[in-house]
Write a protein that binds this ligand. Structure first.
Ligand code: IPM
Ligand code: MG
Length: 353
């Protein structure tokens, strides 16, 4: 297969983990005879510094023309601490999602047996937890009408029927491919937007008789996720709830640096780790590259290249078993491996297979 990949390293630890992702991708392409081309593009604070725009037109063009985007992270404390900043790195990410029409964000939450003890939850509780959060990504409060003056501010949580239908469809489709259990998460006891979600979900459910569909308020879902994470199979929810719940979900596995995601929809799909840019770790070679590397696995799988994805997952598992791990998940007294060394080990494993 020929693949044109737009690579957006972004800020903070972004460039370091991006390099590991690309290396792994090269190794897999070599092994399976695929031809991939990489076009690098600016985004985030880096793009603001260089061209004054967190998602420049040129980046949009490169993304639009690519088959997939390998994205790393954006964000910089210089902007977080400045309430007067007119542009922010995060706007680049939101612009990318919106302009590429990426309405479905798929965030798998998985556990790794050998890392169960790293979870803030008891190992016996998280063992075997394996669910998919499907987050609506281009609607709701993130993009609804906003207003702010000195005394009043609001964000509008607007959703239309087509927006809700298309994301629920994605939810049902994933549930059909998995354990056929879909949980629709909302706040229908309070919010009109949620009541519409629930109404539409109830209308659609009979078309998927094999799927057990249940409805859960978001506050309850937040609790259930840490009380009984194995309850969930596929969870679908709106943009803001999904943002919050997926950070919560990511803790279950023991490190934020482990979980990848895919954003899909109308335009070029984007594959990215769920963690942020961790500016304090920039250049220190300590960030975990696994979420980025697993994003590459999701990229291959998206194009139906299951064996390629499986080999990456096997290599990641092998690196964990061999205790080739970044500091935050290393065993006590274990050898020190940095971002680069973990990436190199995985690349070598793939090449040697
Ligand atoms: C995420 C992030 C983004 C979001 C930020 C960086 C704008 O938290 O992808 O979850 O809120 O969507
Ligand atoms: Mg988030």
């Amino acid at each position: 297969m020929r693949l044109n990949i737009a690579v957006l390293p972004g800020d903070g630890i972004g460039p370091e983990i991006s390099a590991r992702g690309v290396e792994v991708m090269r190794a897999v392409c070599e092994k399976f005879g695929h031809e991939a081309r990489y076009a690098y593009a600016l985004c985030g604070a880096d793009a603001i510094d260089r061209v004054g725009d967190p998602f420049p037109e040129e980046t949009y063009r490169i993304c639009r023309e690519a088959d997939a985007v390998l994205f790393s992270a954006v964000g910089d404390p210089r902007f977080d601490n400045d309430p007067t900043a007119k542009v922010r790195p995060e706007q680049g990410l939101l612009a990318m999602r919106k302009r590429l029409g990426l309405f479905a964000n798929i965030r798998p939450v998985q556990t790794f047996k050998c890392l169960l003890h790293k979870s803030p939850l008891r190992a016996e509780l998280v063992d075997g937890a394996d669910f998919l959060c499907i987050r609506e990504l281009t609607g709701g409060m993130y993009f609804g009408e906003k207003y702010q003056d000195n005394d009043t501010a609001y964000d509008t949580n607007r959703y239309t029927r087509p927006e809700i239908e298309r994301i629920l469809k994605v939810g049902f489709a994933y549930a059909m491919r998995r354990k056929r259990h879909l949980t629709v998460v909302d706040k229908a006891n309070v919010l009109a937007s949620s009541r519409l979600w629930r109404q539409i979900a109830r209308e659609m459910a009979p078309a998927y008789p094999e799927v057990t569909t249940d409805y859960m308020y978001v506050d309850n879902a937040a609790m259930r996720m840490i009380q009984e994470p194995r309850f969930f199979d596929v969870l679908v929810t709106e943009n803001t709830f999904g943002d919050i719940l997926t950070d919560e979900g990511s803790c279950i596995s023991g490190s934020m640096g482990l979980l990848p995601s895919a954003s899909t929809g109308e335009g070029t799909p984007v594959f990215e780790p769920i963690h942020g840019s961790w500016p304090q770790a920039k250049g220190l070679n300590i960030a975990n590259p696994l979420a980025q590397i697993l994003s590459v696995a999701m990229l291959f799988e998206h194009f139906g290249l299951g064996e390629e994805g499986a080999l990456i997952r096997e290599a990641v598992d092998a690196s964990l078993d061999a205790k080739v791990r970044t500091p935050e998940i290393q065993v006590e007294g274990g050898a020190r491996y940095g971002t680069k060394e973990v990436g190199d080990w995985i690349t070598a494993y793939i090449a040697a297979k």
